[in-house]
Design a binder for this molecule. Structure first.
Ligand code: MGD
Ligand code: MGD
Ligand code: SF4
Ligand code: MO
Length: 730
């Protein structure tokens, strides 16, 4: 595969070629603007807050003058980002002034299935409408027929208090099946931990499987620590079909065939166990099922030679990497979603983490880190006797996915359209846009037609909002308070404060929930007049007053290491190489390798993979003119050999056709991508309208190329179970 590797300079040339400057203003004028803005800062009020343009929520200092955000920078005192911010964060002030924001509650006036038409209503009418519908659904179908999905808004908890505690639905979910569901499932199964972090700074050997920290960044502290660790001699190995930003900085790029990480990781385990390079004391004391695992991989013949045929990586390389990994300490094998998005992603994830486990590389400095959470409480205390216990089991269990860490949302249409496993008639979507983000858009659109009540809690008239009955304009993080768990290595509380006036009549979630609850006779459970009142309640077990939190912006506790010997919250209290939960669910308790379900063929010869942009976040930032100047549309990357084969020219438009749908999209011809594979950059391409005037019509939306494929264990969406062919677009 070495022919694939090309120099960083070449790649940068290619990257800068795609950063075209659009719009009326040139870059020079923009930097003059910035200077002017910096000059204005003198005299501005500085408020401690955080950013959640992306889910990593960096503590931030916001400079406000004359009611406007004039500058933002990272909070230099915070151990999390130590003053850092990314381009998305720097540009995020625009959200607070975007003329395309929703300003009033909107009620649908035409039948579902037609392009949504809406009329402005008052908040009082909106609350009454929702309360009446909720009452009707509870009476006819039971409260379990209402579900909620959300992205990354901690204030969703207020909706939970209403819909779960008081109303009685067990179906409060996030969007994780569209994100890192397979990783989450793997770490819960092995370590009983929902979201391990990465102690890069102390590591000497980091192996990232499909994780692009320097592109689609996780916490900025992680990106910084990774680079700093390298400067102190840490070896970085990136396993990815794509020569990503992180692969470019790595000591070694391992261009693996998509969907085959499980085979490579199991073969590495084989070498480590065969050559007795594992940590015997650690596995004997703290791992469940090591001996059985050794027999399992030997019986299955998971050798490097076997894995070479599957992964495209030479057996010698696999064996060498295994030896390096096991003998360099401290080391870390880490995943996010690259090894997921396939029907075999659950066992791939487990295998990658078993490498950490058998080498004794868990929760020590330089390892994956079983982060402690801050003692943050619920902001509303609903008394026991007011809580309504659901009568039905939660949807994911009823759907047959008891091990799923979140709703298998690709199965939600079955529940709504066919009542399987039981009817769902009401859906709240909070900060999430499933029409654009889930695979198989057709099916998601069909689902919305069948709902008796669909509520969008949004900043914009998103594609999903357009399918709803009622749209509630929420304040953005610049206009509302948030107190949430930080995503730093140690336990951390971070605060977001309202820094500017609300846009139009938009309201924060607390006030919306209070309004609906009031119409349902539950208003007394939401007694607070201002956010500080619920803030005090949430903070009561945190050793910092709310006033101090307002001044400082965060609370951080000490980083603890080596907690495996204390016992883990798994069924056995140990790291479960043998999974008791899998066994109970009738699955193989040890990870195995099976091929993914969609394999390219003569008609559709190319495998789809996805990646994200460094200067955008998902489908959140495409109405920001500053970011759109830098990256105004998305594209598909194709290997130069394949481009030649199919007559594709760099920077030209192509048709990507799957068995299900086709899209017209810009093509970039690259060297650094496994042949036979295309990589679609996710984020732009709005279906019919939505988001706003800047985003409209830019780029291509690829999610209808995919059919519905659900991971059989974790319920994850399998975005990469998709094959395509490519031709020049006319
Ligand atoms: N700048 C920026 N930052 C973001 C986001 C963003 O949109 N932009 N989004 C945020 C969110 S919600 C998330 S979940 C994270 C995502 O963070 P990442 O998961 O790191 O981001 P992706 O770009 O989706 O990276 C997936 C990688 O997996 C690779 N891949 C595909 N198939 C395989 C495979 O079979 N094996 C292996 N080993 N690799 C494979 C792809 O080539 C790609 O490089 O980033 C977060 N941060
Ligand atoms: N093809 C393909 N599809 C993917 C991916 C991929 O790589 N490829 N990535 C997947 C991943 S990792 C993820 S995490 C999902 C993300 O998919 P979603 O869960 O849909 O999340 P976002 O794309 O972040 O969109 C969030 C929505 O919330 C709205 N919003 C933003 N801020 C606020 C706020 O403060 N309040 C409210 N009420 N609303 C707000 C935005 O306007 C937007 O409509 O997409 C997944 N879909
Ligand atoms: S990394 Fe995410 S949270 Fe931090 S500044 Fe950038 S967009 Fe904001
Ligand atoms: Mo995500």
């Amino acid at each position: 595969m070495s022919g694939l590797i090309y120099t960083v300079t070449e790649r940068l040339k290619y990257e800068s070629a795609v950063i075209t400057v659009r719009g009326e203003r040139s870059m020079n004028e923009m930097s003059k603007d910035l200077g002017k803005r910096l000059a204005e800062i003198k005299g501005a009020e500085v408020i401690k807050s955080f950013c959640y343009t992306c889910p990593w929520q960096c503590p931030t200092e916001v400079f406000v003058r004359d009611g406007k955000i004039v500058y933002q920078k990272g909070n230099p005192e915070s151990p999390n980002n130590i003053g850092a911010r990314c381009a998305k964060g720097m540009a995020s002030w625009y959200v607070s002034q975007d003329p395309d924001r929703l300003t009033h509650p909107l009620l649908r006036t035409n039948p579902k299935g037609e392009r949504g038409e809406f009329k402005q209503i008052s908040w009082d009418e909106a609350f009454q409408f929702i309360a009446d519908k909720l009452a009707g659904i509870a009476e006819k179908w039971g409260p379990e027929a209402v579900a909620l999905t959300c992205h990354h808004d901690p204030n969703t908890v207020f909706y939970h208090h209403l819909l779960k505690d008081l109303y009685g639905s067990p179906n409060m979910y996030a969007h994780t099946s569209g994100c890192e569901q397979d990783r989450r499932s793997a770490c819960l199964t092995l370590f009983g931990h929902v979201f391990p972090m990465h102690d890069f700074i102390n590591s000497k050997y980091v192996m990232l499987w499909g994780m692009n920290n320097l592109g689609a960044n996780q916490g900025l502290w992680e990106s910084r620590d990774l680079i700093e660790a390298q400067s102190k001699g840490c070896r970085l190995i990136v396993v990815d079909p794509n020569f990503t930003e992180t692969a470019q900085k790595a000591d070694e790029w391992v261009p693996i065939r998509p969907g085959t990480d499980g085979a490579m990781a199991l073969a590495m385990c084989h070498v480590i166990i065969d050559e007795k390079l594992y940590d015997e004391g650690f596995v004997n004391s703290y791992c469940e099922g090591f001996n059985g695992f050794r027999e399992h991989i030997q019986e299955k013949g998971y050798t490097p030679a076997w894995a070479q045929k599957i992964t495209g990586i030479e057996a010698q390389t696999i064996a060498r990497l295994a030896r390096e990994f096991a003998t360099t300490k401290p080391a870390m094998s880490a995943i996010f979603k690259g090894s997921g998005y396939y029907t075999n992603g659950h066992d791939a994830g487990r295998a990658c983490y078993i490498l950490d486990a058998i080498c004794g590389e868990v929760d020590k400095p330089g390892n994956i880190h079983l982060k402690d959470w801050a003692p943050l409480g619920a902001p509303v205390e609903i008394p026991e006797d007011a809580i309504r216990a659901p009568e039905k089991e939660p949807l994911h269990v009823a759907m047959g996915f008891p091990l799923a860490p979140d709703l298998p949302n690709s199965r939600l249409p079955e529940a709504v359209i066919n009542g399987d496993p039981y009817p769902v008639k009401g859906l709240f979507v909070h900060s999430t846009n499933p029409v654009m983000s889930d695979p198989n858009k057709d099916r998601v659109l069909e689902m919305f037609k069948h709902l008796e009540l669909a509520v969008a809690c949004e900043l914009y008239l998103s594609e999903t909002a357009l399918e709803c009955d009622i749209i509630l304009p929420e304040t953005s993080f610049h206009e509302q308070a948030e107190i949430r768990q930080g995503m730093w290595l140690g336990p951390e509380v971070i605060l977001c404060q309202p820094v500017v006036d609300r846009v139009g009549e938009s309201k924060p979630p607390y006030e919306i929930v209070k309004g609906i609850a009031g119409k349902m006779g539950w208003g007394h459970h939401f007694p607070y007049e201002k956010w500080e009142d619920w803030g005090e309640v949430a903070m009561k077990d945190v050793p910092m007053s709310l006033d101090d939190l307002k001044k400082r912006g965060f609370w951080a506790g000490p980083i603890e290491y080596n907690r495996v010997p204390n016992g883990l919250p798994t069924p056995s209290g140990k790291i479960e190489i043998y999974s008791n939960d899998y066994e109970k669910a009738g699955l193989n308790p040890y990870p195995e390798f099976v091929e993914r379900s969609v394999i390219p063929d003569a008609d559709f010869p190319l495998q789809v993979t996805h990646s994200k942009f460094s200067m955008h976040c998902n489908i959140v930032t495409q109405n920001n003119p500053l970011l759109m100047e830098v990256c105004g549309e998305n594209w598909v990357e194709i290997n130069s050999g394949d481009a030649e084969k199919y007559g594709i020219v760099d920077n030209s438009y192509v048709m990507l056709e799957s068995p299900k749908d086709s899209i017209r999209i810009l093509a970039k011809v690259v060297e650094g991508l496994v042949p036979g594979c295309v990589s679609i950059r996710h984020g732009h391409g709005f279906g019919h309208w939505a988001m706003g005037s800047i985003a409209k019509g830019k780029g291509a939306h690829s999610n209808n190329l995919m059919d519905t494929h659900t991971n059989p264990v974790t319920g994850a969406n399998c975005y990469n179970e998709c094959k395509v062919r490519v031709r020049r677009a006319s």
